[in-house]
Design a protein around this ligand. Sequence first.
Ligand SMILES: Cc1cc2nc3c(=O)[nH]c(=O)nc-3n(C[C@H](O)[C@H](O)[C@H](O)COP(=O)(O)OP(=O)(O)OC[C@H]3O[C@@H](n4cnc5c(N)ncnc54)[C@H](O)[C@@H]3O)c2cc1C
Length: 455
Amino acid sequence: MERQKLHEQDKVLRRSNFDAVESNLTDEEVKLEASRCLHCKNARCVKGCPVNINIPEFVAKLKEGKVQEAGDIIRETSLLPSVCGRVCPQERQCEGNCILGIKGEALAIGALERYTGDNSDANKTEIVASGKKVAIVGSGCAGITAAADLRKAGHEVVVFEALHKLGGVLRYGIPPFRLPRKFLDREINALKEMGVEFHTNVVVGKSITLKQLQEDGFDAIFISSGAGLPKMLGIAGENLNGVYSANEFLTRVNLMGANDENKTTPLKIGEKVAVIGGGNVAMDAARTAVRVGAKEVYIVYRRTEKELPARLEEIRHAKEEGVIFKLLHSPYEIKGENGFVSSIDLEVMELGEPDESGRRRHVSTGKFVNMPINTVIVALGTGPNPIIQKSAISDGLEIETDKKGYIVVNSETNETSIPTVYAGGDVAPTGESNAINAMGAGKRAAKAINEMLAK
Ligand SMILES: Cc1cc2nc3c(=O)[nH]c(=O)nc-3n(C[C@H](O)[C@H](O)[C@H](O)COP(=O)(O)OP(=O)(O)OC[C@H]3O[C@@H](n4cnc5c(N)ncnc54)[C@H](O)[C@@H]3O)c2cc1C
């Protein structure tokens, strides 16, 4: 039987709206897809999932039409099935390991997971007060996952968020056409109903320090402040008007509603936009630029399509929406007129020998081209903001960080070098930086904190 496919919004229509590009399988299609599962004894899909969701078991429940029970099974390990079903790179994780994929098409695990998440509810657990208090810094995947597990254990849980809205990258980064906000709102509301307290517009390290939180009686702190500090190109012209980091650009649209003419946050998008980079963030920026009115949007990437790090699905969607891929080109200088970007010089590259990771290097050819452009969006990755770490050190708390500023943690407990302070997610990566790994870190830290507080 063929793999069931998600339903997609028309390729042309969707270029001018932020509605979900993909919609769920129907109830009937879900049962058909679930019946393709071989229920392998030694399930390779489970090993491929960073948090080891019991995939064969939840799929078996779907086959019987027991969606809530399927949801209960997923939520034993993952708090956010509606999110993970939409954003996880399943082709490299669970689905990439599915036996069906060897000779045909892998089971559509992501599609089944998102359907289950959307159509089932988190179990309501009775909360027995422990008398302990835990502070969480940041309300992204890692923070909200930890908050749920810590609250269930009876602790008073307070989340401090620097921005005015909750959800971290899921709110300000990943665009709503990939992750409709109602699913995120639902999870956050469930946490509020459980009694988790949220304080927005609080920058830990500035408005309040780790030391002050300890003095205020918090028995443990979990730092999940992400890695929101953009890496820039370091080339001439980068300070011109019209150059954005992808984070700034996406935040302006997703969080501040800059695309809505009634909002006051400005967004100057020219006719021609060059997005520098080839990952998921670059695809999100390019697809968002299309939707806010750019006429020509380019992805500028220094290797070939084979080396693009973005998910295949994102690349396909970007192409369908008219994004043009300028491969084997690397930015050299941004040129301007009257302070605004007017063009970009690109160096033509070719592929050389593979590097240590096996990926072929990009090698300069010495040739250059000039491309007229109005806006440049830099999507070359991010690093951790050092604000918390710096304030901790000036308060005499010895927080260990690595060369790049990430917080060093014990990979099993997520403990930092400061007693009772834990960290996880993008600020303290122990593997690939993605949503499911951040959730896994939140769960691990919550377990370790619960054990510590039970002593
Ligand atoms: C545009 C984009 C697209 C992505 N696409 C995917 C995808 O398709 N699939 C996938 O798996 N992953 C994707 N990722 C990566 C993934 O979203 C992250 O790895 C994950 O969300 C990290 O979660 P986190 O909780 O560690 O941090 P975040 O989600 O970054 O949350 C950190 C929160 O802490 C807050 N904060 C920061 N400093 C402070 C402070 N000093 N005080 C208080 N609060 C603070 C921030 O405002 C933020 O809300 C994407 C990332 C981006 C940027």
